[in-house]
Write a protein that binds this ligand. Structure first.
Ligand code: 5AD
Ligand code: SF4
Length: 443
């Protein structure tokens, strides 16, 4: 049997695209291989959100040159967000001639045809179209990374044009799948033993299908699907979040009490330059509503430091916001100019690297100390944990997630086949910055 390997960078959309690509390859009788250098086909699914992703990618491409020499039948494919930018495809064609197939985020269904053509003719294949066709999920049979949980697209693309962000250019205009199609897919997943679904969209709150259903309608419909125990979603946008959606945290029993609510900056002036369409007053109002509806809700966020023109005062407002919201966890980024985005064109008041790094370190310190304080509140409590598998660091222990998405490593006497996908009760005995520890207790 021929073998394939997929290298995935970036967000959960990319992860799910890779699951679809793996499904397509297995339908062509390819078998997964852990070692890319022993594979017949390698697919690199790329990300362009920040510059270091670019650099890493070209480094990895370079490493595949020598396999090409030893195995003439080897096929190297590049897909994802990077090839959606013409300058990247030009660079691949110019400097990385050993890349066989290049396709964009909207051409995944075309991949088997491109591979077959490449194998038959020996010719390089390039397929980048930006006419924005909707990806037909019904034609895809993803090979899921987990048996008990699944990623489900609800929207594609993004219309928000935050000035720093490349995604609207690489993933195209926003499109919502029909509610009935999403429900049908999840019913199929539930029949297949899936217990938890993660609904994916760049901005789930702007979901609206052609029949007029909105995100709250979708959550209600998914909540009614038998067999599904937990519903998660990402990402929310503060500008579009509705009261009806917030009410779902009490109305929909399966909706996990956890939200990823990107803040990006705590300064109204910077938020405006980022084109985020909310101010701190509105953001904090949402947080208050969420906590009034679901007092135990956990909140995570994304923050960018060093956006062009960010003053020390702006940055201190971000620190204040972090202390005011008290996030459970945060992803913090240093601003990285992306060619083709408005921020890279319009703003030349770049913040020096040393200032960015100093701010980044201060922010991470504040975030981490809040995360630890929040995690300490769990010590001595019993939490319901959905088991994901063996713990990465301690093979004798299991790991899983609470409803609020806290990572829990815990001990149990039960065998593994009894555990994955089950929800068990765990007494929390130790709290760390990024995880909790405990032991299973009787039902
Ligand atoms: N520079 C730094 N961070 C960025 N993000 C998106 N674009 C950039 C950029 N150009 C961050 C945002 C977003 C997360 C996925 O990545 O915080 O929410
Ligand atoms: Fe990028 Fe903003 Fe769209 Fe998120 S909402 S993908 S940050 S443009």
């Amino acid at each position: 049997m021929k073998k394939y390997h997929i290298i995935t960078y970036g967000c959960q959309m990319n992860e799910h695209d890779s699951e679809n690509i793996a499904g397509l390859l297995e339908a062509m009788d390819y078998e997964y291989e852990d070692d890319p250098y022993k594979s017949d086909v390698v697919v690199i699914n790329t990300c362009s959100v920040r510059e270091n992703a670019d650099k890493r990618f070209f480094g990895v491409l370079g490493q595949f040159k020598r396999i090409r020499k030893t195995n003439p039948d080897f096929v190297l494919c590049v897909c994802g967000c990077m090839p959606q930018q013409p300058r990247i495809v030009e660079k691949i064609n110019r400097q990385f001639s050993w890349v066989d197939i290049v396709f964009g985020t909207q051409n995944i269904a075309k991949f088997p045809e491109l591979l077959e053509k490449r194998l038959r003719t020996g010719q390089k294949q390039r397929q980048i179209i930006d006419s924005n066709p909707v990806i037909d999920e019904d034609e895809m049979k993803p090979k899921r990374m987990y048996r008990h949980k699944a990623l489900v697209n609800i929207t594609y693309g993004c219309n928000n044009f935050c000035t720093y962000c490349i995604v609207p250019y690489t993933r195209g205009r926003e499109k919502s799948r029909m509610l009935c199609d999403v429900v049908r897919e999840i019913e199929g997943l539930a029949a297949d033993g899936v217990k938890e679904v993660m609904l994916l969209g760049q901005n789930v709150d702007s979901y609206r299908d052609a029949a007029g259903s909105d995100f709250a309608d979708l959550l209600h419909a998914v909540n009614d699907i038998e067999g599904i125990e937990r519903i998660r979603f990402m990402t929310s946008h503060p500008k579009d979040i509705s009261d009806r959606m917030i009410a779902c945290f009490t109305d929909c029993g399966k909706l996990c009490r956890n939200i990823h609510l990107p803040l990006q900056s705590g300064s109204d002036r910077v938020l405006k330059r980022m084109n985020r369409h909310y101010d701190m007053q509105r953001y904090l109002e949402i947080v208050d509503k969420l906590r009034a509806t679901a007092p135990d809700i956990t909140i995570s966020t994304d923050i960018i430091v060093g956006f062009p023109g960010e003053t020390e005062e702006d940055f201190e407002q971000t620190l204040d916001a972090a202390r005011r919201v008290r996030y459970d966890s945060a992803f913090t980024f240093i601003y990285s100019p992306r060619e083709g985005t408005p921020a890279a064109k319009l703003f030349d008041d770049m913040i020096p690297d040393d200032v960015c790094h100093e701010r980044f370190d201060r922010l991470v310190d504040v975030m981490n100390s809040i995360s630890l304080e929040k995690n300490l509140e769990y010590k001595g409590r019993v939490c319901e944990v959905m088991v994901e598998g063996r713990s990465k660091n301690e093979p004798d222990a299991y790991s899983g997630r609470t409803d609020g998405f806290k990572l829990v490593n815990f001990t149990s006497d039960r065998p593994e086949e009894d555990m994955i996908g089950k929800t068990v009760k765990v007494l929390i005995t130790e709290s760390k910055t990024f995880s909790l520890e405990g032991r299973e207790v009787a039902e």
